[in-house]
Design a protein around this ligand. Structure first.
Ligand code: FES
Length: 109
C-alpha cells in the first residue's frame, strides 16, 4: 500500500475535520481524540458532502438525510430518513492513516 501525505497534524486539532483530494478521490480526514481517521467524503446514499455534516464523539452525521457513520471504521450505524421512511445506506470506505513526524499520511491502494 502506498501512503500519501494528506495534511499536517498542526492543522487538524482534536475534533476538527478537513477534505483532502488524493488520486481523484475526495476524502474526509478527521482528528478524534488526537487520532486521525479517513473516510470517503461522499455519503453513499445520495452523495452529500459529509464535511458539511456534524462530527460528534467519533460519529459523522450526513447533513442531507441524517445517516450516521462511525468515522473510525466507516460503518453506517444509523440509517437516515426521508420524511417518515428509513433509508438504506451502505458503509463508507475507510482508509488507513499513519503519522510520521507532523505528516498525516493516508494509505491508498
Ligand atoms: S445523502 Fe447522506 S443520508 Fe442521504
Amino acid at each position: 500500500m502506498k501512503y500519501v501525505v494528506a495534511a499536517q497534524t498542526t492543522e487538524l486539532s482534536n475534533g476538527r475535520k478537513k477534505i483532502v483530494s488524493l488520486e481523484g478521490k475526495e476524502i474526509l480526514l478527521a482528528n478524534v481524540g488526537n487520532a486521525y481517521y479517513a473516510v470517503d467524503n461522499r455519503c453513499p446514499h445520495m452523495g452529500a458532502s459529509l464535511f458539511e455534516g456534524t462530527l460528534d464523539d467519533g460519529l459523522i452525521i450526513c447533513p442531507k438525510h441524517g445517516s450516521v457513520f462511525d468515522i473510525k471504521t466507516g460503518k453506517a450505524v444509523v440509517a437516515g430518513k426521508i420524511l417518515f421512511f428509513r433509508i438504506k445506506v451502505d458503509n463508507l470506505r475507510s482508509y488507513p492513516v499513519k503519522i510520521e513526524g507532523t505528516d498525516v499520511l493516508i494509505g491508498m491502494e
